[in-house]
Design a protein around this ligand. Structure first.
Ligand code: MG
Length: 253
C-alpha cells in the first residue's frame, strides 16, 4: 500500500532529508586518504543529533540483525551497507559510497553519494558520473501520471548506454514513517508496467551500478553487499516528493 503524505508530513520530511543532505555535504570535506570510516560515522552521528534528529539506520533491522552504525560506508567493490570501522582507512584512488539515514519527528530521511578519495582513474570517474546522472534521469521521470516503471526504465536506458551494469537485487523504495514503504523502485527495466505515481508520494530513488557484472553477494557480517566479481560499484540516492510541479528533491541543503 502506497502511503501519500499530507502537506504537514511533507514539511517534516523536508527537514529530515535536509539533515541528510547537510551531513553528506559536510562529509565531502572529510574524505581524504588516511581517514577511517569510523571517524566519518562518529562525525555523522554527532551532527545528526545536533540537528535534533536521530540516526535512521542505527539499530534498523529485525530480530538480532540490527545495523550497528549511523552511516553505511561502502568502499570500492562494496555496493551498499558497509559497516564503518576503525580498521577501514581510505586510500588514494578509492571510492566510497556513503548512505545517510535520519529520523526527524517520526519521519525518515535517506540519501547517498559516492565520493572519490584523492585522485581516481577516468574509468572510475565515468562510473560515478554515470550513476549520478542515472539518478537524475530517474528523478526526471518521477512525475504524476507516470509509472514507477518510467523511473526504472529511465535509469536502465541511461546506464546501458554507458555500458555499465545495474545491480538488481537492491532497489529504491517509498519512504515516510517507515524507511522502506511501497512502492519498490527497481533500477532496471523488467518489462512490467509499474504502479501510477501520484502527488504527495515520497520515494527514495537509488541506482547502484558496477563496471563488471550485476551479481552481488553479502559478506559474513550479514550486512555488507559486494559485487560478486569484485568490480567497482557506485551508488547515489535522493529522496523526492512528487508535487504538482514535478519531482521535488527533499535531500537538499
Ligand atoms: Mg534508501
Amino acid at each position: 500500500m502506497i502511503i501519500l503524505k499530507t502537506d504537514k508530513e511533507l514539511s517534516i520530511m523536508r527537514e529530515s532529508n535536509r539533515i541528510v543532505a547537510i551531513v553528506l555535504s559536510e562529509i565531502n570535506d572529510m574524505i581524504r586518504p588516511g581517514v577511517s570510516t569510523y571517524e566519518l560515522d562518529k562525525f555523522a552521528e554527532e551532527r545528526i543529533l545536533g540537528l535534533n534528529a536521530v540516526p535512521g539506520f542505527k539499530g534498523y533491522g529485525w530480530g538480532d540483525r540490527r545495523f550497528p552504525a549511523t552511516l553505511c560506508t561502502s568502499v570500492n567493490d562494496q555496493v551498499v551497507h558497509g559497516i564503518p570501522s576503525r580498521d577501514v582507512i581510505l586510500k588514494d584512488g578509492d571510492i566510497i559510497g556513503i548512505d545517510v539515514g535520519t529520523i526527524y519527528k517520526g519521519f525518515y530521511g535517506d540519501g547517498a553519494y559516492t565520493y572519490a578519495v584523492g585522485s581516481v582513474s577516468d574509468e572510475t570517474k565515468h562510473l560515478m558520473d554515470t550513476c549520478e546522472k542515472a539518478l537524475y534521469k530517474g528523478i526526471s521521470a518521477a512525475r504524476e501520471g507516470n509509472r514507477v516503471s518510467d523511473i526504472s526504465n529511465a535509469i536502465d536506458k541511461f546506464v546501458r548506454s554507458e555500458k555499465f551494469e545495474i545491480v538488481r537485487d537492491l532497489t529504491g523504495h517509498g519512504i515516510g514513517r517507515d524507511l522502506h514503504e511501497d512502492p519498490q523502485v527497481i533500477n532496471y527495466n523488467n518489462g512490467v508496467k509499474g504502479k501510477k505515481l501520484s502527488r504527495n508520494m515520497t520515494i527514495a530513488i537509488e541506482p547502484m551500478i558496477t563496471n563488471g557484472d550485476f551479481q552481488v553477494k553479502t559478506l559474513g557480517d550479514d550486512w555488507t553487499v559486494v559485487t560478486a566479481d569484485g568490480s567497482l560499484s557506485a551508488h547515489y540516492e535522493h529522496t523526492i516528493a512528487i508535487s504538482d510541479n514535478g519531482p521535488e528533491i527533499l535531500t537538499k541543503v
